[in-house]
Design a protein. Structure first.
Ligand code: ADP
Ligand code: MG
Length: 396
């Protein structure tokens, strides 16, 4: 799967045409108010390109999990308002997805205008990739553009099914995501350093296995490190540890050694007495964790060790916080790694939903080369999987 072999909006004449664009408008909302519009902002380059080139733009997306029926709290109406503000034009909002409102508004749409359809997941057919629903969606337009990187790992009607009925091309966001992440995986500036963290090894086995084949250095921190500790025979106290993954952790360390991949795990840790924000904290070496304490962050010696490994990197791929970075007492390791990446001058790519949120919250967003907008999609891509939403696009 190579996005560069796929047609993009620039490879097709959109003037005067109705263009159905699948965006990722799955924004964070609280009580009907959008709390982060970053995904709407990320869709602007493609929508603006289409408008500048005389297309009639029909946008669609899912929002949350309404489970196949109309639920007002999952309406995309607030997104239409925000998108309109960002574009500086009125965005028309359909009352449905493929019903009378959508059909009438789509038929009346003029060049340079934007219509937003309701949440595609108001229809249970959407997530089943039902051909009839795909056909109905496709019938609203003449061209299909997929720019929803965050949903590209799903084979749903609006992400893949419609491509069976319309010329299908990719937008700029999909292209940017795949160029950065794909470039780091396939043709990285070396050394390539991967930093993995987060809660569970079991979530990241595919990522570790795929990256093992490509990286020069693999750094493991966060909750998942304790399964590796157990594999080395250290006591982990009450730290998060997956018993059934200990053998696999041992095999991964052996594989790294056999391949000559430098494999780093924490040498010390910030422990908490319990899993709580204001719990007592102490720092101990990795082979000295007491029975009734839990590892909630990497320690200062590890911060220095990891920073040193990151310093000379050409490319860094980072997924997973080094500790419970949501809590001030256990954010130090994640901040240290972010600082080291920022100072390394490497090409830096952050994938994963919580990792992207942590980098943003801790103030490093503008220090990274690329922060993926797609949590699950970026992980599947790092696992080496093809993304159905990209595969479905027309080849050049
Ligand atoms: P991403 O969404 O970026 O892939 P994950 O979901 O794998 O990241 O991991 C993020 C979560 O891991 C955070 O909620 C964080 O609190 C948790 N975490 C990190 N380190 C630890 C730890 N030592 N113990 C328990 N949870 C941890
Ligand atoms: Mg997560």
């Amino acid at each position: 799967m190579n996005v560069l072999n796929k047609k993009s909006v620039e490879d097709i004449d959109v003037r005067g045409k109705k263009v159905l664009i699948r965006c990722d408008f799955n924004v964070k909302m609280e009580n009907g108010v959008i709390t982060s519009d970053k995904r709407i902002v990320a869709s602007l380059p493609t929508i603006k390109y289409l408008l500048d080139n005389g297309a009639k733009v029909i946008a669609c997306s899912h929002l949350g999990r309404p489970k196949g029926e109309f639920k007002p709290e999952f309406s995309l109406a607030p997104v239409a308002v925000r998108l309109g503000e960002l574009l500086g034009i009125e965005v028309k909002m359909a009352k449905d997805v493929i019903g009378e409102s959508a059909q009438t508004l789509a038929a009346d749409l003029k060049e340079g205008e934007v219509l937003l359809l309701e949440n595609v997941r108001f229809h249970k057919e959407e997530t089943k990739n039902d051909p009839e629903f795909s056909k109905a969606l496709a019938s609203l337009a003449e061209i299909y553009v997929n720019d929803a990187f965050g949903s590209a790992h799903r084979a749903h009607c609006s992400t893949t099914g419609v491509a069976d009925y319309l010329p299908a091309v990719g937008g700029y966001l999909i292209r940017k995501e795949l160029e950065y992440i794909g470039g780091a995986l396939e043709n990285p500036q070396r050394p390539l350093v991967a930093i993995l963290g987060g809660a569970k090894v079991s979530d990241k086995i595919g990522v570790i296995t795929n990256l093992m084949e490509k990286v020069d250095t693999l750094i493991v921190g966060g909750g998942m490190a304790y399964t590796f500790f157990a594999a080395k025979g250290y006591s982990v106290g009450t730290s998060i540890c997956e018993e059934d993954k200990i053998d696999m952790a041992r095999e991964m360390m052996a594989a790294a050694e056999a391949k000559g991949v430098k494999f780093l795990i924490p040498v010390d840790n910030r422990l908490g007495k319990e899993y709580a924000e204001d719990t007592d904290v102490m720092v101990v070496d990795s082979d000295a964790i007491p029975d009734d304490w839990m590892g909630l962050d990497i320690g200062p010696k590890t911060e220095a060790l990891f920073a040193d490994a990151i310093k000379g990197a050409g490319t860094v791929i980072w997924n997973g916080p080094m500790g419970v970075s949501e809590w001030k007492n256990f954010a130090s390791g994640t901040i240290a790694v972010a600082t080291a990446i920022a100072e390394s001058g490497s090409i830096s790519i952050v994938g994963g939903g919580d990792s992207a949120a942590a980098v943003q919250k801790l103030g490093f967003a503008d220090k990274m080369s690329h922060i993926s907008t797609g949590g699950g999609a970026s992980l599947e891509f790092l696992e080496g999987k093809d993304l159905p939403g990209v595969v479905a696009l027309n080849d050049k």
